[in-house]
Design a protein around this ligand. Structure first.
Ligand code: MLT
Length: 408
């Protein structure tokens, strides 16, 4: 019989969000499903920006003519989109990123997992705890960890705790780590990191020849002008960091699929015989072999995000969700909950009341109020005792969910 990848057998339970969906499905059988309010998975609810729809329908029409038809596109993405990104997301913030250091993809979830393809299995890897579970699970699946530990987590991974004590910012390690995943604005805690704080990480990485995976999927939600949107705003970051960005949350592309990853040409890795290899070439090789690129239509939609009208529409979407986050924070704080995040991020991270466990609170809230959130322990051991609420929903649903939570 065919042999399976036994690393998958090390994975604990299912992926967090399908597990939540399963419990919600069971609960829905007992109630009117329309009564459910889902603030669990961070999936957007508002329609796409009009300018993106227009750009995508024009692209589709173009494809319906012999002159405008397109077959396979470049695996790295169309030049015109990469150039718009370089100009608007980087040059405009004083970062020098070349268009060809930008690789268009169908999602940051895929990219943060696939990037492991180009890196050795014996790197010492660190994640924060709590953490976006994809980082951990993809390391488990590719055999970069040992077994699951009884107390939670996996052998072989280094966990950098983030909690109220350190303001949800990981301490700089005292030992050498090869790869460090950082996500800011943070999923799940909604915490942010200042330029000075991220500078310490860049210095650490450059001093230790480490590589930072900087997931900036939520940068559009930053309101505070002092918080960096990109790690490349920090000098030296081009020698030690890969950045992941997405159109999912700012432009509502979770169902359209478009993201990008920045691999500076100055980034190097080392091979066993001591030669330095540039990571850009390896990723370019990987993408050319395993990826066919994002569709022309979708890339035209993403390009429209950078038009004048697109910028306004995207800002309106961001403001809409951040207004939800503010309402959530205020209502919960007034009701006596201890609340974090939700100021420069679309996630509100609250302390579970009455010393309940995160999953018990999840079940209790679902049962009593038909509101779905995400149990903090699903993001790691240190997430136990916390609960994440997403601001991605209609104003009506968010307001009503807060009333229900406050009154249970
Ligand atoms: C989340 O809820 O954490 C996000 O939706 C996950 C994702 O973007 O993949």
């Amino acid at each position: 019989m065919v042999k399976v990848n036994e690393n998958y057998l090390k994975l604990k339970a299912g992926y967090l969000f399908p597990e939540i969906a399963k419990r919600v499905r069971l609960h829905s059988q007992k109630i009117n499903p329309l009564d459910l309010i889902k603030l669990g998975i961070g999936d957007v609810t508002e329609p796409l920006p009009k300018i993106c729809i227009e750009a995508m329908s024009n692209a589709l029409k173009e494809m319906s003519t012999s002159e405008g038809f397109k077959g396979y596109g470049p695996e790295q993405g169309y030049k015109w989109l990469r150039e718009k990104i370089a100009k608007n997301d980087f040059s405009a913030r004083g970062c020098e990123i070349d268009a060809d250091e930008i690789f268009i993809s169908d999602g940051s979830k895929c990219d943060t997992s696939n990037i492991l393809d180009i890196l050795g299995n014996d790197n010492q890897i660190a994640v924060t705890d709590p953490v976006y579970p994809v980082y951990v699970d993809s390391n488990v699946m590719t055999g970069r960890t040992g077994n699951a530990l009884d107390k939670g987590g996996y052998e072989g991974l280094t966990y950098l705790p983030i909690s109220e004590e350190n303001d949800f910012k990981p301490e700089i390690p005292s030992t050498k780590l090869d790869i460090i995943y950082l996500c800011f604005p943070n999923n799940p805690t909604g915490a942010t990191i200042s330029k000075d704080e991220i500078k310490k990480w860049v210095n650490y990485a450059n001093d230790n020849n480490s590589l930072i995976f900087f997931d900036a999927a939520y940068e559009a939600f930053i309101k505070d002008v002092n918080i960096p949107h990109s790690i490349y705003e920090i000098e030296g970051a081009k020698n030690c960091a890969i950045e992941f960005r997405s159109f999912s949350k700012n432009a509502g592309f979770t169902g359209v699929r478009c993201a990008y990853t920045v691999i500076p040409k100055s980034l190097k890795g080392i091979c066993s015989y001591g030669d330095e290899i540039d990571l850009w070439s390896l990723w370019n090789r990987r993408q050319s072999t395993k990826f066919n690129g994002v569709s022309y239509i979708v890339q035209r939609g993403a390009e429209a995000v950078y038009s004048q009208e697109g910028k306004i529409e995207v800002q309106n979407l961001v403001d809409f969700y951040m207004n939800n986050a503010e309402i959530m924070r205020n209502r919960l704080i007034n009701a006596g909950f201890k609340v974090y995040g939700g100021v420069n991020a679309p996630y509100v991270w609250l302390k579970v009341p009455d010393k309940m466990s995160s999953w018990d609170f999840f079940d209790y809230l679902l049962e009593k109020s038909n509101v779905v959130g995400t149990p903090g322990s699903g993001f790691g051991l240190a997430g136990e005792g916390y609960f994440r609420l997403s601001a991605f929903n209609s104003l009506e649903n968010v307001t009503s969910a807060m009333e229900r939570i406050i009154n249970i």
